[in-house]
Design a protein. Sequence first.
Length: 95
Amino acid sequence: MWVTAKSEVSESTGEGVFAVPCDAFLQILREAGDKEVRVTFREDGMAAVEADRDRYEIACLSAGEFPTCGEKPEGATCTVPEGGLSGLLKLTAFA
């Protein structure tokens, strides 16, 4: 199972696609709370994450190593049984 998340960015100085480890990134976002978070993707494959005075580094993977997710067809839906989504996410939490 591949999980993809997209988010709007309030400010960007460049374009690109990247893959970050979900657990590490979410932990940083939780710790940051309401602070502004700035992420800089470096040529060496690392992401520098800053939230106020806190600074972190996360090893990233090239997005080219993962399959692309196409756009959702008009009217497409998916039904997941109660508790099913939670179970699926737990299976991929290590990613």
